[in-house]
Write a new protein. Structure first.
Length: 87
């Protein structure tokens, strides 16, 4: 796995995982999965407890940091994911 940036400790891209979209290292959980849940009313604590208990708070906060730096990319991925669920 290669790092997306020197500034992201937990976020990576891997060519064969989740279409090369940014994921939390050593998981198949994409940044846009976490952001989509948070945008739909989950909190950091409920994401950990109910959705992705394997993630640490630091990993979730890093997803938020990545989102702040790459908002248009993640917004598009969330929109695509939402559209595919409703179809």
């Amino acid at each position: 796995m290669s790092s997306v940036s020197e500034t992201y400790r937990y976020i990576v891209r891997s060519a064969g995982v989740r279409s090369g979209n940014p994921i939390v290292q050593n998981t198949r959980i994409a940044v846009h999965d976490v952001i989509g849940l948070l945008r739909n009313g989950e909190t950091i604590d409920t994401v950990r407890a109910n959705c992705f208990p394997q993630l640490t708070r630091a990993q979730i906060y890093e997803c938020l940091a990545y989102y702040e730096d790459h908002r248009s990319e993640i917004d598009l991925l969330v929109a695509r994911q939402t559209a595919s669920v409703t179809e």
